[in-house]
Design a protein around this ligand. Structure first.
Ligand code: ADP
Length: 294
C-alpha cells in the first residue's frame, strides 16, 4: 500500500518569529484524512509543502519511500491539488480552463478530451462547459476546481478548504462527492468546518500552532472527552455566566429554561446536568478553545 510520509517538517516565517509548522510528522495511506485546525494553525503551509509548492526548513516528504523532491515530475503526475478559490480564471469558460489545466499537466489531446468529457459528468457540470467561470456559483466553482485536480487520475488528492463559501446544500453535495471519488486515493482535506469531515474521514489530524495535537479516528478522538460533555439547565438571566466561563458548543430554549451544552473538566454545581455523547465538534472546542475562568 503506497504511503505518503511527512517526516519532521518545520517551516519558520518572519525571521524566526512564526513557526508555521513545528516538527510535524504523520504518515498517510489510502483513505480520507481531515486536517483540522483554526486559522493560522499551519494547514495551508503543510499543503503547500506536500504539493511541493513550498520548501520546508527541515524534514522531508516521502512517497513510497522516496523523497518527493527526487521524484519530481513523477510525483506531480500522481498528485491532484485543489487550491482555495482565487478568481484567477474568471474569463475562461469551464471547458477552456480544463483544457488549459490538462495541457499544464501534460495530458495528450485524446486523453484530455476523454478525461474532460467524463469529469464534466462526474462533477455535474456538463451543462456549464461553455459558461465563464466568473458567472459560476460558489459550489460550481468548487466542483470545477475539483475536476481540474482529478484530470491526471491522481493517487494523492489535496483539497484546501473545499467547502469554503458554500451554502449547506452545496456543502453536503461536495462532501458526498469527495467521498465517492476517494476510493484508493490518499485524500487530505483541510478545513475548519468539523461537519465537512466528521463522517467521511477515516482519520482526523488536529493541528495547532504548527504542531500535531492528535491523529486518530473520529471515534477514538471523541472517547478522549467522554464524560466531559454535558447539558446543563439554566435560565436567561444566568446564560451570560455560562457564555463567559465555559466552552459552550450549543444552546437551546425549552419553555422558560435554557439548556446549554458545555465541554468542561469542571461541571457546574447547583444546576441540573446530564451527560451527553461527545461529537467531533465538542472535541474541536475542547482542543482549540480554553476554558476561561475555571
Ligand atoms: P492556516 O492555513 O491553518 O490558516 P497558514 O499555514 O496559512 O495557516 O499559516 C500558519 C502561520 O504562518 C500563520 O501564523 C501565518 O500568519 C504564517 N504565515 C503563512 N504564510 C506566511 C508567509 N508567506 N509569510 C509570513 N508568515 C506566513
Amino acid at each position: 500500500m503506497p504511503a505518503l510520509e511527512i517526516k519532521n517538517i518545520s517551516k519558520i516565517y518572519k525571521k524566526g518569529t512564526v513557526k508555521a509548522l513545528d516538527n510535524f510528522s504523520v504518515t498517510l495511506t489510502p483513505g480520507i484524512y481531515g486536517l483540522l485546525g483554526p486559522n493560522g494553525a499551519g494547514k495551508s503551509t503543510l499543503m503547500n509543502i506536500i504539493t511541493d509548492n513550498l520548501n520546508s526548513d527541515s524534514g522531508e516528504v516521502l512517497y513510497d519511500g522516496e523523497n518527493i523532491k527526487k521524484l519530481g515530475k513523477k510525483y506531480r503526475n500522481i498528485l491532484g491539488y485543489m487550491p482555495q478559490q482565487q478568481g484567477l480564471y474568471d474569463d475562461f469558460t469551464l471547458n477552456r480552463f480544463l483544457w488549459y489545466m490538462a495541457a499544464l499537466k501534460g495530458l495528450k489531446r485524446r486523453e484530455a478530451k476523454l478525461k474532460i468529457t467524463s469529469l464534466l459528468g462526474t462533477v455535474n457540470l456538463t451543462y456549464a462547459a461553455h459558461k465563464k467561470l466568473g458567472s459560476f456559483s460558489g459550489g460550481m466553482k468548487q466542483r470545477a476546481l475539483i475536476a481540474q485536480a482529478l484530470l491526471n487520475d491522481p493517487k494523492i488528492l489535496i483539497l484546501d478548504e473545499p467547502t469554503a463559501g458554500l451554502d449547506p446544500k452545496e456543502r453536503i453535495r461536495i462532501r458526498n462527492f469527495i467521498s465517492e471519488i476517494a476510493e484508493d486515493k490518499i485524500v487530505l482535506i483541510s478545513t475548519h468546518v468539523v461537519s465537512d469531515i466528521e463522517f467521511i474521514a477515516k482519520e482526523i489530524i488536529l493541528l495547532k500552532n504548527g504542531k500535531l495535537i492528535s491523529h486518530d479516528t473520529c471515534s477514538n478522538l471523541t472517547k478522549n472527552i467522554e464524560h466531559k460533555v454535558i447539558e446543563a439547565e439554566t435560565n436567561k438571566e444566568n446564560l451570560k455566566y455560562f457564555q463567559e466561563n465555559y466552552r459552550m458548543s450549543n444552546l437551546y430554549y425549552n419553555d422558560d429554561k435554557v439548556i446549554v451544552r458545555l465541554v468542561t473538566d469542571t461541571p457546574p454545581e447547583n444546576c441540573k446536568i446530564q451527560e451527553v455523547k461527545a461529537t467531533l465538534e465538542d472535541l474541536y472546542l475542547y482542543v482549540f478553545e480554553s476554558e476561561k475562568k475555571i
